[in-house]
Ligand binder design. Structure first.
Ligand code: ARG
Length: 475
């Protein structure tokens, strides 16, 4: 392409170096829906305000509809020399609308145009992620309810600590994913400000109706500062932070699935559809899905760090470094959203070994705190009770038995306060005793599941629309 044909042709003579062309190319091919929607709204407003002739505005809008169809049908050949989606759309528009196409870029710069596109992209990716969170939360609520009274050992330091219920454990993840969902929703709100009208950096000398464009594109507000609007990528960094935290949560759960599926724990059997075998060891069934979710977490963190580092040295306003944001947000989304979806499908199919979990819940002196609490209820200060039970545990270790297998006489010797009913203490009574809001008592777990379920809608806000970003990548 000769210098004359480029958008900035007037100033340039020779062709761009081929390697440079490749080096400077972005990854925005798939984002034509946003770019065209933005251009349609801009052109309508230009016509309505009399900034360009109404006839030209109409020709532009009609031409953009044709271009959109060309993209959707996959008829557009990408031309690297055109640099990005913005120039592609305008070049294709010229074939449809002729001279009028040259008026579309009035009162606009690619700098406010790309900020618009990125905000529209982040809005959609936030919706996709929030929707995937919502579906997973509901799955966890169902399981939480189903296993509200099924005991398992609760751990601290990976040491058996106190019995909890499996439902309580799963609902802990429900709470995490609820916060993840809120983060995506809040990120969307902050991204949802119209930057168009900021021009290259200083605003625009035309009588724009920015509110009209905002309303047409579903933005809740227009930006107050043109430098900020063109240079800010907080919303992208925030999206990546939300992705990083969500993936971290999923990775913790993934780690538990891996542990629980081991012979050492034996708490779950993996469903065939979500496990893989070994090429050499015929007996093996591996938790590869969980391992990959855990293993991809670093990629998501990496994208967050990538963008924060990218931003930290940039003076105001737009710099080409900003082009890197799209790749980062799409890459993170391509990990997080499918991970949420596959977990929502896999977790309900895990075959929990409830008998084995119940058995493990009762072992390793897991009722020691409850024995101490028994003494406290009879008037002993907790610190003293802790000491008494510590000595009983040592006695058990010497005898090789559990606390409820000690003869009553041993209890009596340890403290006068013990009655025969101490031997009736078991896992179920320990669970039932934790009857405070937020506790693991089955009644509380059921209530928590119901409450959590009430915090998310049962149907998604919109029918799940595949985001152009994801569609372009053959996810
Ligand atoms: N492709 C660029 C990006 O994604 C948009 C154009 C930026 N403007 C410029 N003056 N180079 O950030």
């Amino acid at each position: 392409m000769s210098g004359e044909q480029r958008q900035w042709g007037g100033r340039f003579e020779g062709d761009m170096d081929a390697l440079t062309r490749e080096y400077t190319a972005g990854v925005d091919q798939g984002l034509y829906e946003y770019d065209i929607a933005g251009s349609v709204a801009h052109a309508r407003m230009l016509g309505r305000q009399g900034i360009i002739p109404q006839g030209d505005a109409d020709a532009i809008v009609a031409g953009l509809a044709v271009v959109l169809e060309q993209f959707r049908r996959g008829e557009v050949t990408w031309r690297p020399e055109l640099e990005d989606i913005h120039t592609h759309v305008e070049t294709l528009l010229r074939e449809q609308a002729g001279e009028a196409a040259g008026r579309l870029h009035t009162a606009r710069s690619r700098n406010d145009q790309v900020s618009l596109l990125n905000r529209m992209l982040v809005r959609q990716l936030c919706d996709d992620a929030a929707e995937a969170c919502r579906a997973f939360i509901l799955v966890l609520c169902d399981l939480g309810e189903r296993h509200a009274a099924d005991p398992m050992p609760g751990y601290t330091h990976v040491q058996r600590a106190q019995p909890i219920t499996l439902g309580h454990h799963l609902l802990a993840y429900g709470e995490m994913v609820l916060r993840d969902r809120e983060r995506f929703q809040q990120c969307r709100e902050r991204a949802n400000v119209l930057p168009l009208g900021s021009g290259a950096l200083a605003g625009s000398p035309y009588p724009l109706d920015r509110s009209m464009v905002a309303a047409e594109l579903g933005f809740a507000a227009v930006s107050r500062n043109s430098l900020d609007a063109t240079a800010d990528r907080d919303f992208a960094a925030e999206f990546l932070a939300a992705c990083a935290i969500t993936q971290m949560h999923l990775s913790r759960l993934a780690e538990e699935v891996v542990l629980w599926a081991s012979a050492e724990f034996g708490f779950v059997k993996l469903p065939d559809g979500f496990a893989t075998g070994s090429s050499i060891m015929p007996q093996k069934k591996n938790a590869d899905v969980a391992e990959l979710a855990r293993g991809r977490t670093g990629r998501v963190y990496g994208e967050l760090l990538n963008l924060l580092t990218n931003l930290k040295g940039q003076p105001l306003a737009y710099n080409r470094d900003l082009q890197e944001d799209k790749e980062a947000i799409m890459a993170a989304s391509r990990v997080v959203v499918p991970t949420l979806r596959i977990f929502a499908a896999m977790v309900p199919q895990l075959v929990f070994q409830l008998g084995r979990m119940r058995e493990a819940a009762a072992q390793s002196f897991s009722l020691a705190t409850d024995v101490a609490d028994y003494l406290v209820k009879k008037g002993m200060p907790f610190r003293d009770a802790h000491g008494v039970v510590g000595r009983l545990v040592r006695e058990c270790e010497e005898r090789g038995c559990e606390l409820n297998e000690l003869p009553f006489a041993v209890y009596r010797e340890a403290s006068e306060l013990f009655g025969e009913d101490i031997l009736a203490l078991d896992v179920d009574s320990a669970l039932a005793a934790r009857d405070v809001p937020g506790g693991t008592a089955p009644v509380r777990v059921r209530a928590a599941a119901a409450e959590l379920r009430g915090l998310v809608p049962h149907r998604g806000p919109h029918p799940p629309t595949p985001s152009p970003a994801a569609a372009g990548e053959g996810e």
